[in-house]
Design a binder for this molecule. Sequence first.
Ligand SMILES: NC(=O)c1ccc[n+]([C@@H]2O[C@H](COP(=O)([O-])OP(=O)(O)OC[C@H]3O[C@@H](n4cnc5c(N)ncnc54)[C@H](O)[C@@H]3O)[C@@H](O)[C@H]2O)c1
Length: 369
Amino acid sequence: MSAARRVGVGIIGTGNISSAYLTAMKGFDVLDIRGLADMKQDLAAKRAAEFNVPVAASVEALLADPSVEIIVNLTIPRAHVEVGLRAVAAGKHIYGEKPLGITYAEGKKLVDAAKAKGVRVGSAPDTFLGGGHQQARAIVDSGALGTIVGGSAYFACPGHEFWHPDPAFYYDIGGGPVLDMGPYYITQLVNLLGPVAKVQALSLTPHAERPIRSEPKKGQMMPVKVATHVTGTLIFASGALIQVTLSFDVPAHKHLPYELYGTEGAMLVPDPNAFAGPVQVAKPRGQFEDVPVTLPYADANYRSIGVADMAYGILNNRPHRASGELALHVLEVMEAFEVASKEGRVVDIKTTAARPAPISESLTAGKLS
Ligand SMILES: NC(=O)c1ccc[n+]([C@@H]2O[C@H](COP(=O)([O-])OP(=O)(O)OC[C@H]3O[C@@H](n4cnc5c(N)ncnc54)[C@H](O)[C@@H]3O)[C@@H](O)[C@H]2O)c1
């Protein structure tokens, strides 16, 4: 069954991640891809041919196209707000890759501009909409774990320079493991536990520059302008204390990505860096046991589901789940890691965000109404 009306989408930024979007978008009937654009137009043309979708004449032409309702912004983090503001000025809804911006102040500017213009802001990550993640949310909401007391979220790797063809932006202002990977882990924490109230953190930058390890720029040195090993504690409004480690300085490790501890039980949550993954629960002194994932979107990479959800939100006049409000709260929390670390203090978080509505079992594949 197709969507009652399709929503026109234009994509700006056709680099590495655009392939995942263009692949998954084909599964969501509601999205009508009207054109691709990039500051490197030859790249946009190549991507459009690869996926058999239209290419726009330029970024400006795409923004001026009246059939485009949502701009999907897949540019690098430093350009997210600049491109987002241009889309808003053109009267388009904007959905961007994470993070919302590279500072809280610029992220707020985008959210405020959209509000003034009456258009929506959405932001990745949308992995928390995946079946395993939603199953974890349903378990928390059921009360089976009791009150959540603690937990941990752990992402650590030796750095994206081992695989990304052009990794310098990960070490420039706006990069680093917190802004790059924090959105996945912190967004899912807010989805599960509600808003963060305070942040405590410490950080390190062990190298002033690092070599690129991947082709085609192998051997070139990249300056490192951000903290690359960060660890801290999020103090939730609910009272839960969650330890978070985000690092590009760990050669290998055996930590689980995500654990929650409640007064009545513990849960292993799928890694929010992906859609799929198992959910396991243990009672006090018991063994962890698999919980069947019965919610949809559990088995593949659905990157773009947040855009589809925004499109259904537009059609059905309801809020979308991967919202600007949520992304701005997460951005403030991420910035607080740096402030807490530099100033050696616990930082109070000013913003808040409502937990997005859960995804129900009755939704069929490709539909989010
Ligand atoms: N690569 C991944 O696996 C991955 C995964 C998840 C999320 N992301 C996020 O996706 C975004 C893009 O990452 P990527 O790896 O695709 O980067 P990339 O460098 O491969 O692609 C970015 C593209 O944006 C274009 N661009 C930059 N500034 C622009 C501007 N002002 N106007 C028009 N085009 C512009 C560049 O020309 C480039 O083609 C980032 O926010 C990143 O955090 C990437």
